[in-house]
Design a protein around this ligand. Structure first.
Ligand SMILES: Cc1cc2nc3c(=O)[nH]c(=O)nc-3n(C[C@H](O)[C@H](O)[C@H](O)COP(=O)(O)OP(=O)(O)OC[C@H]3O[C@@H](n4cnc5c(N)ncnc54)[C@H](O)[C@@H]3O)c2cc1C
Ligand code: FES
Length: 274
């Protein structure tokens, strides 16, 4: 295996556009040479922010040569990314990791906050395959709902879009799992796809674990190399590497992960409870 196969082909790309999605999050769009990359929904890039850090970001837009990542500023690297402007440069490696399956015919897609980022290309792919898709977009407030207007404008009899907000400013008032219980009462799905806060995903897993519904969740863990070298992103107790075996895991595998919904490790390997 060549170094490029292993680490991804590191390239510098120039930002072409920055879209402000919510009051805090933005999508950074750049052009790639399409022939050198392949992508499936759920995969991520390692994004190099000059003089700051290299961090994992899900691909939220894949229309080669146009590619984008949607960033929520929470620390040094993500805040720096959000200050970049068209014509600034970033480095990218990847795409890395596992992806969502696309066989569903009746899908429920639940995204919390910036967790909607990897679900966005998934929703478009499922639609292209003629699946019936129900999307629940969750956030603390209406202002933080990610891609809600975009998908609401596209909604039709095969794409149903609703929201849940903790403060009730849009859609269902309360946490996403409560809204999902209501949706499941009235509808029949074959697969629930989710990405967002891990406690939300774990609550969804608890809701469906005794049913026949397939379940796929995209996990986040602290990453250094992003490509299976350093071991930082290993899950207890199996040692599965989120950057290689994940970030998308199915319900059978999640049932073996004792840390799912309980804790993750920081940069030093110290456990941090959710
Ligand atoms: C596969 C994958 C895909 C991701 N996709 C996106 C995305 O599409 N959009 C987005 O905004 N963010 C995404 N993230 C999270 C993003 O990588 C982190 O927010 C970022 O690395 C934080 O870097 P920072 O320097 O800004 O903050 P730091 O100062 O490094 O950290 C700020 C806080 O966030 C915690 N943190 C840092 N990295 C992670 C992590 N990987 N998982 C959980 N907590 C972390 C730290 O412990 C600290 O409490 C993704 C993470 C992974 C693993
Ligand atoms: S981040 Fe290094 S092995 Fe996953």
């Amino acid at each position: 295996m060549s170094m490029d196969d292993f680490m991804g082909n590191p390239v510098s790309v120039r930002i072409s556009k920055v879209v402000h999605e919510t009051t805090t999050a933005c999508t950074i769009i750049f052009n790639i040479k399409s022939s050198s990359f392949t992508f499936s929904p759920g995969q991520f890039l390692m994004i190099w922010v000059s003089e700051v850090d290299e961090i994992p970001m899900s691909i939220s837009l894949w229309e080669p040569p146009k590619v984008g990542v949607t960033v929520l500023p929470i620390g040094e690297a993500t805040e720096s990314l959000c200050t970049l402007q068209p014509n600034d440069w970033i480095g990218i490696r990847g795409p890395f990791g596992s992806s969502f399956t696309l066989e569903s015919k009746r899908a429920l897609v639940v995204g919390g906050g910036v967790g909607m980022a990897p679900l966005r290309p998934l929703i478009y792919n499922l639609r292209d395959k003629n699946a019936e898709v129900t999307v629940l977009i969750a956030a603390k407030t209406k202002q933080e709902l990610m891609f809600f207007e975009e998908f609401s404008q596209l909604s039709d009899d095969r794409l149903r879009v609703s929201a849940s907000t903790d403060d009730g400013s849009e859609g269902f008032e309360g946490l996403a799992p409560e809204a999902v219980k209501e949706i499941l009462n009235d509808n029949d799905f074959d697969t629930l796809y989710t990405c967002g806060p891990e406690l939300m995903m774990h609550n969804l897993y608890d809701i469906i674990k005794d049913s026949k519904l397939a379940f796929q969740a995209s996990l986040e863990r602290f990453m250094k190399c992003g490509c299976g070298i350093c071991g930082t992103c290993a899950l207890d107790p199996t040692g599965s590497l989120v950057c290689v075996d994940g970030p998308v895991y199915s319900r059978d595998y999640l049932s073996k992960i004792t840390e799912f919904g309980k804790y993750q490790r920081d940069a030093m390997g110290v456990k941090k409870k959710f």
